[in-house]
Design a protein around this ligand. Structure first.
Ligand SMILES: Cc1ncc(COP(=O)(O)O)c(C=O)c1O
Length: 299
């Protein structure tokens, strides 16, 4: 396991290691997905490493593995626990198809496990890495459980590639701050990390309920999705809506919204308009008035 300064650095290290080993010439990202927006720094950095980028669609079961196989990529970055941004949990059939794909072509899965600690209705889903530790890089982060400002993450690498990732870390910054790691280790070994997670799950669950209640009251015809885990939901807009216009009009009413368009990789995929509604960093009591203020725009 290599300690990083968060998922962002972990991904960078893994991609550099794979490129240096000559293991990949093309890496795929979920579409819509984190890192797939055309302007995204990650994609630019990947292209600068001489690695091509492919975009693979996501449906109601998660990443469409048949499209991944057709893309020619040898590595893929996925968010199986809670797809970013659709919120879909990668189905068991797709998990097996994905690890079968990696074994078949000698490819790699880069698992972004950013939201797995926060699952509300069921037990947390297991990491994909458990199904194929020789093919899956598991990247974890303290950004969601503690705070993005902590800048601590970890990379579980397939054993033959661990030293290549460690070498990239060494070259990049020689190592993450030891005091921060000791503090995190103390939180883990004393059980305080788990207690914090249990407490925060209750706080986020209350915000999640405030959001679903506000929609039921003010925008009753809209079905929110992606709420099984994490801190955001997706609200579809009526067909033909202008996402950007809705966001601008909401901003005039002092409500900050994000469109799913920001997460689209392939500009020619005309995915339906939708909003990504985050509740990780808003107070519970502000949710209902905010949705009430923009209800006419959403419906
Ligand atoms: C999809 C996704 N993965 C990972 C992260 C965490 O990144 P980092 O650990 O670099 O803060 C985020 C944070 O917003 C995210 O949205």
């Amino acid at each position: 396991m290599i300690i990083s300064t968060g998922f962002a650095q972990g991904l960078n290290l893994v991609l550099h290691a794979l490129a240096r080993e000559g293991a990949v010439t093309c890496v795929a990202f979920e579409d819509p997905g984190y890192g797939s927006a055309q302007v995204d720094e990650t994609v630019r950095a990947v292209l600068a490493m001489g690695i091509d980028v492919a975009y693979v669609p996501v449906d109601e079961q998660g990443l469409v593995v048949s499209e991944l196989a057709a893309s020619g990529a040898q590595a893929v970055v996925v968010t199986p626990a809670h797809q970013s941004p659709t919120g879909v949990v990668l189905s068991p059939a797709r998990r097996h198809a994905l690890t079968d794909w990696a074994r078949r072509i000698g490819g790699y899965v880069i698992e972004d496990d950013y939201d797995s600690e926060f699952r509300y209705d069921k037990e947390p889903v297991g990491a994909l890495q458990g199904l194929a530790p020789d093919r899956v890089f598991l990247l974890g982060t303290a950004s969601k459980a503690l705070a993005p400002a902590v800048r601590l993450g970890w990379v579980h690498a397939p054993a033959p590639l661990a030293s290549a990732v460690a070498a990239e870390k060494e070259m990049s910054d020689r190592g993450s701050c030891m005091l921060d790691q000791l503090a995190l280790a103390t939180l883990l070994t004393t059980g305080r990390y788990d207690r914090h997670l249990r407490r925060m799950r209750t706080v986020y669950a209350a915000r999640r309920t405030a959001l679903t209640d506000a929609f039921a009251r003010h925008v009753p015809r809209t079905q929110l999705s992606g709420l099984a885990a994490g801190f955001h939901a997706v609200a579809p807009l009526p067909p033909g809506s202008d996402e950007a216009a809705v966001i601008a009009a909401a901003r005039d009413r002092r409500v900050g919204l994000h469109g799913i368009g920001d997460y689209r990789g392939n500009p020619s995929t005309a995915a339906p308009p939708a909003l990504v509604m985050g509740f990780g960093n808003v107070r519970e009591r502000t949710i209902e008035p905010a949705i009430a203020a923009v209800a006419d725009l959403l419906s």
